[in-house]
Ligand binder design. Structure first.
Ligand SMILES: Nc1ncnc2c1ncn2[C@@H]1O[C@H](COP(=O)(O)OP(=O)(O)OP(=O)(O)O)[C@@H](O)[C@H]1O
Ligand SMILES: [Mg+2]
Length: 230
């Protein structure tokens, strides 16, 4: 099977006032197209650092990231930005919706950043809102939505540009258990519908179990935590 995303021997160090911390110490990772991987690990173990490198937001100190088998020139900011905008959708713990834009307009932001918004894009955004149970909320501002609803918009936004990969970093961390579980269902359904690769950082064991592969980040390395239910 082809490999959508591969990381080889990633190392990442941060220079801090108290010295250099080596957060990633030889991470190897691979994800096939359309598959899901869950990453768990204690706070500070480097999960966000890893996701940021996989998504081109940050570069490793050493090591390689390969997209479709082709090395991403990780030192090249523009190449990373291209990978980010064309290949990756992000969901963070905080939604980062634009407060003055309606739910629908927020979904169109990533589309707009790549060019003209077409009628088909608007239709797709509307269908996503329907899918997320937000049919009547298209013209609402984020401030008029609940936390769970805001996060549903943020999840849908990550898929708008038809990325090859969605990276979700504790997307339900701010939600109560019931809302988190519901959003987990919606995220997995959207991932399946769109056939997109998904890497999910989560503390939620039940959600992690639904991924095709499970990884645990510890001592700067990814340990294979087995296959999930899928
Ligand atoms: N830009 C930075 N400069 C210095 N240190 C950093 C930087 N970013 C992260 N770190 C350090 O790297 C380590 C890993 O951070 P990271 O945010 O990746 O952890 P995490 O596993 O996502 O934790 P959490 O579960 O709390 O989100 C931490 O010790 C953090 O302080
Ligand atoms: Mg984190």
């Amino acid at each position: 099977m082809s490999v959508l995303l591969e990381a080889r021997d990633l190392h990442k160090s941060f220079r801090r006032t108290d010295g250099v911390v080596e957060v990633l110490r030889g991470v190897d990772f691979r994800l096939e197209p359309g598959r899901t991987a869950a990453v768990t690990g204690r706070s500070g173990s480097g999960k966000s650092t890893l996701l940021n490198i996989l998504g081109g937001l940050d570069k490793p100190t050493t090591g390689d990231v390969l997209v479709d088998g082709v090395p991403l020139p990780v030192g090249d900011k523009n190449a990373r930005a291209r990978w980010r905008s064309e290949g990756v959708g992000f969901v963070f713990q905080f939604h980062f919706l634009l407060p003055d834009f309606t739910a629908l307009e927020n979904l169109l932001v990533p589309v707009r950043s790549r060019g003209e918004v077409t009628a088909a894009d608007r239709e797709r955004a509307g269908a996503f809102l329907d899918h997320m149970g937000l049919a009547g909320r298209a013209s609402h501002l984020p401030g008029e939505l609940s936390g769970g609803e805001q996060q549903r918009v943020a999840v849908a936004r990550a898929f708008m540009n038809r990325p090859a990969l969605v990276l979700a970093d504790e997307p339900f961390g701010n939600l109560d258990a019931a809302n988190g579980a519901r959003l987990g269902d919606l995220l997995m359904a959207l991932h399946r519908q769109e056939g997109v690769g998904l890497v999910l950082v989560t503390h939620d064991e039940r959600l992690a179990e639904r991924a095709d592969r499970r990884w645990h980040l510890e001592d700067g390395r990814l340990q294979d935590a087995g296959g999930g239910a899928a």
